[in-house]
Design a protein around this ligand. Structure first.
Ligand code: CNA
Length: 263
């Protein structure tokens, strides 16, 4: 264990209300590519093809969207949680996790075993498909099977509207209630732990800064530099799945019993 990992262990040991804030980096070890890492999605695709305007533009652009979506869905549905996700579950079992605030849409925190009510999904969840007009939603697994190989997707069975994976595309509004829940958890946490995020996508990247403004320690576990590194109490430059399990284990070993939370 290096010095930074030791410091992170101490912070976890001394915290009772941890917010774990995750990005695509926590899921790369499960085989889901991130956006901005060296093998990220943006090395192959143009972000402009992923905007809501592009989706709404024409039947042809929606066919292209669904053809690409079929590929990424295959990766996500087969992915299993990795040691990083499991370490976050262990934090919950220790009674120290207030919330997971995630930018991820893969649902792997819940698959790993975190309680669904602890997971705040800022950018939605791709395991469901929802109508853009009436919000009626169905399981992605069932819906994807109805999309033709050419990318023609069925309309909403309730109102005939356009169906799209229940994620926030670029240019789409984030859900105010979800943002509010993430703010409330950030306001009451005593450690803000970022795992696998480039911290360049806003408003999400504003939460760690909100914690810093309150004087709460900010810890980062990330392979690359981020714009928030200078505000962090600890920066661990490592694979999440390699660093986190040891940190959580050692924090647990050094603590007699979890103290009660004022939930
Ligand atoms: P990003 O911008 O792609 O950044 C990922 C960061 O994680 C990079 O700085 C990497 O260096 C770092 N990283 C990669 N692998 C690891 C690892 N194993 N351990 C530690 N660090 C690692 O992703 P962000 O989440 O910051 O960007 C926000 C976007 C990406 C959100 O809108 C997400 O919805 C979107 N996204 C989500 C997924 C998913 O759900 N798994 C996948 C790809 C993109």
């Amino acid at each position: 264990m290096n010095e930074q990992t030791e410091r992170l262990t101490e912070l976890v040991r001394g915290a009772a209300r941890i917010v774990v804030f995750t990005g695509a980096g926590i899921s790369t070890e499960s085989g889901i590519p991130d956006f901005r890492g060296p093998n990220g999605v943006w090395t192959k695709y143009n972000p402009a093809d992923f905007t809501i305007d592009r989706f709404l533009a024409s039947a042809e652009s929606r066919r292209r969207y669904w053809k690409r979506a079929a590929e990424s869905w295959e990766t996500i549905r087969k992915a299993r949680p990795n040691a990083g996700h499991l370490a976050v579950v262990e934090l919950e079992q220790m009674g120290r996790l207030s919330a997971v605030v995630t930018q991820n849409v893969d649902g792997l925190h819940q698959v790993a075993g975190n309680s669904p009510e602890k997971v705040i999904e800022l950018h939605g969840n791709t395991r469901r498909v929802a109508c853009l007009a009436c919000k009626h939603s169905v399981e992605r697994e069932t819906f994807q099977a109805l999309v033709s190989p050419e990318g023609d997707a069925p309309a909403c069975e309730q109102c005939g509207g356009l169906m799209k994976p229940a994620t926030i595309s670029f240019g789409q509004m984030l859900d105010p209630e979800t943002l509010e829940r993430a703010s409330a958890e950030t306001e009451r946490c005593d450690l803000f732990l970022v795992v696998g995020s480039s911290l360049v996508v806003y408003p999400a990247a504003g939460y760690p800064l909100m914690a810093v403004q309150r004087g709460v320690p900010l810890a980062l576990v990330n392979l690359q530099d981020t714009p928030h590194d200078t505000y962090a109490t600890v920066v661990v430059r490592a694979y999440a799945g390699e660093a986190l399990p040891g940190v959580v284990e050692r924090a647990r070993a050094g603590t007699p019993t979890p103290f009660p939370l004022a939930n």
